[in-house]
Design a binder for this molecule. Sequence first.
Ligand SMILES: Cc1ncc(COP(=O)(O)O)c(C=O)c1O
Length: 401
Amino acid sequence: MSIAPYFIMLQDDFYRHLARTADEAVDMEITHAEGVWLYGPGDRAWIDFISGICVTNVGHGAPEVVAAVKEQAGRYLHAHVYGEAILSPQVRYATRLAEVLGPGLDHVYFTNSGAEAIEGALKVAKKYTGRSRAVAFHNAYHGSTHGALSLTGNTAMKYGYGPLLPRISHLPFNDIEALSVISDKTAAVFMEVIQGAGGAVLPDPAFLRAVRQRCDETGALLVLDEIQTGFGRTGTLWAHQAYDLRPDILVLAKALGGGLPLGAFIGREEVLSVIRRDPPLGFITTFGGHAMACAAGLAALNKIIEEDLPKRVFGLEAILKQRLQHPAIQELRGRGLLYAALFKDRDMAERVRLACLQGGLLTIGFLSIDHGLRISPPLTMTEEEMHLACDRFLVAVETAS
Ligand SMILES: Cc1ncc(COP(=O)(O)O)c(C=O)c1O
């Protein structure tokens, strides 16, 4: 069968049978992937400029990760529901994370996804503090399930899904005065260190310090959502390290599973232990911390550390900043390899996105702004590949202008 009829057939079945999130699909079929490259039928190939949205930080098909998955598959896939039996991939990964994160972040609860981990963090914070209110920020994204969507600071995304959780206040990001809303009735403050879906919005360090201080004054727990920013993406293993900010609960997902589905909320035992008493089984999940995902995640984390991938990020960022200059790019903002290119409006951003796809570069828009495109390639990208990606991006901008 030649490529085109095969693709058309697949596309027909995609539209007929797959519940999807938008009317139009992205015009690509991915048959395999390696390093920073995504391949399609025939000779189609794209540079992956988004890493599956900050998932494949170690690149596609990293041999260490593939070997760990194969090794675990040979032992068992699913052996027991989460948290009740001793499963070595979970224990080994939690121990390594605790080692890397240090005291106070040494108790790990594994979930399937980021949204599920946010739900867990919210439940734990409410029960631990005995309080019912929460604070989050405008344009934040914390997930699509009811609790996580309630914390999400994007009103449009909530349309038609109410009522959501009550007693959640959304404050403007980077506004110190607004923090007075955090009170001794607040169970937790949920915050991304750098707002990902908001378009790589950088925090003011003074604002971060004020958030920490307000949480300390009121007894509210500070929950940092590092689902996008974790695992070296912004040049340090965790974004909060760069700002000397300490969370009470850290939420991870995306790159946590090295390409397999995995989330986690992490804190001190005193806080996380509330789910095992009065009554026990306070937060349960069948597949959370899946053995394959933990094995893959551990291999990916070890690769990030052993090859010091966070250190590579700033060199690649420098190329990006130096190369992506064009009158139509109104702003290039972000940190490390979590960037947004902003254009004058949505139409221009969409034209650039389509031209990129045509020209062999995969990028995508943001949830909370409509005039930007994502730049978040694998951290393993070579300098030559970054130059090639920038060439393709600039050609697309020129075509779309
Ligand atoms: C910052 C942030 N929090 C939470 C989530 C939700 O994670 P998941 O899609 O795994 O449920 C995302 C996903 O994009 C995210 O970027």
